[in-house]
Design a protein around this ligand. Structure first.
Ligand SMILES: [Zn+2]
Length: 411
């Protein structure tokens, strides 16, 4: 997530805090210090209320971190690399770089988070028992941790994707149907229904006078809705491209230009007449690099007559090259992650084609034209997703992460 601060590393996993977390930390501390603690524990000093509230808010986020670490440790133990954990306004996110290979792994990874939260809540409750009636700050903090962690565990078990409960649901449907695509569809539809219910509840609370809770619940619903939608479109795209190789989609006759001509000639004889945005650069029948409109723009116009293409291009060693037999799903993240529009396709050191975003979108259009879409109406609706593979990176992150939301931060 951009705008995140690196906190440190736990067992090789980078921990980040998004700046939005600071907003919720301040807000939570304020609402605890002015509402929750004075109501339940009258008679403390103002300074005590604020100090205890700040400690309780911090410990709640430590609890969320432990919940995320549980997801991440199980993922890593099952061979899935964990990129990082980020705490943000709605809770926490574990960025896991691969999808689980089986419903069993998905189930374990998902369920361990809420289990840890419920466990923390239970332990906090047991520790609080001997202090009951003492009206002490320690008892206040333990009681708050017990309540919030149990709520956190229960809330995240709601069966709507991307919440943990939605992943549990997905693993069950996956096991029953044998299809990850069907399972994701079911879990994300339930997720969207739950998200809409949250939004409606938020609106109802808002107009019923419970303004802050209404806004919070509404935003949680909006967050769940966008996560569920992007997870769904990501899995749909992946399932549509499953078994499709680069060789089937690539353009086998890409426009190539010689490296020794000037930029002026490149523009006059290739880019303008053919409406090109990029071309592969050849030097004596060997692929030497790639030249795009933006590479040309980086050279001052008055120098276009003198600068050869070979000097302005991105050289081969800085290009990502793919092979025709690679699957499309394997290379799409390369395009999304690097924000590139085309990848040269090379076999045995010889250029055999180029894979472009345009070609991928055309491939989808032809499939739609032939009625070959994998899910009804899907290709038409999601064409824009394929066209904007730049944002595909975000889709990937949403899809692969465990997103955890804090139900109600200010009870
Ligand atoms: Zn979780």
């Amino acid at each position: 997530m951009p705008g995140s601060l690196h906190l440190g590393r736990i067992a090789g996993i980078d921990i980040y805090i998004h700046f939005s977390w600071l907003i919720i930390f301040v807000f939570l501390t304020w609402s605890l210090a002015t509402g929750w603690f004075p109501q339940l524990y009258p008679g403390w000093s103002t300074a005590t209320y604020w100090l205890v509230s700040a400690v309780a808010a911090l410990l709640l986020f430590v609890s969320v971190l432990l919940h995320e670490l549980a997801h991440s440790f199980v993922a890593r133990a099952r061979g899935l690399p964990v990129k990082n954990i980020t705490l943000f306004i709605f809770g926490g996110v574990s960025n896991i770089q691969q999808e689980p290979a089986s419903p069993g792994v998905e189930f374990q990874m998902a369920v361990v988070g809420p289990v840890v939260s419920l466990l923390i809540g239970f332990v906090a409750y047991l520790l609080m028992l001997p202090l009951r009636g003492s009206n002490s700050p320690l008892q206040g903090i333990l009681f708050y941790l017990a309540v919030t962690n149990i709520l956190l565990g229960i809330f995240n078990l709601i069966p709507g994707f991307p919440l943990d409960g939605g992943r549990v649901l997905r693993s069950i449907v996956w096991k029953a149907s044998g299809s990850l695509r069907v399972a994701t569809r079911v879990a994300t539809i339930v997720g969207q229904i739950i998200a809409y219910l949250f939004i409606l509840l938020g609106i109802w609370l808002f107009f019923g006078g419970n303004v802050l809770n209404g806004i919070w619940i509404g935003f949680i619903g909006w967050f769940l809705l966008s996560s569920a939608q992007s997870a769904n479109s990501q899995v749909m795209l992946e399932s549509m491209f499953r078994g499709v190789t680069v060789g089937e989609v690539m353009n086998t006759k890409p426009t190539t230009v010689p490296a020794n001509i000037s930029l002026q000639r490149l523009v006059d004889e290739y880019f303008l007449p053919y409406g090109l945005r990029s071309a592969l650069v050849m030097q004596a029948d060997q692929l030497a690099g790639l030249i795009t409109l933006s590479d040309i723009r980086h050279v001052p116009r008055e120098q276009w007559g003198q600068v050869p293409v070979g000097h302005a291009m991105v050289p081969l060693d800085r290009l990502h090259v793919v092979q025709p037999q690679q699957s499309l799903n394997e290379v799409l993240p390369l395009m999304a992650g690097r924000d590139v529009n085309q990848l040269p396709v090379v076999q045995n050191g010889v250029l055999v084609g180029v894979l472009s975003r345009d070609a991928i979108v055309r491939f989808l259009e032809v499939r739609r034209g032939l009625g070959l879409q994998t899910a009804e109406g899907y290709v038409g609706k999601r064409l824009s997703d394929a066209a904007q593979l730049t944002t595909g990176q975000e889709l990937h992150q949403f899809h692969r992460c465990h997103c955890d939301a804090i139900g109600t931060p200010h009870l």
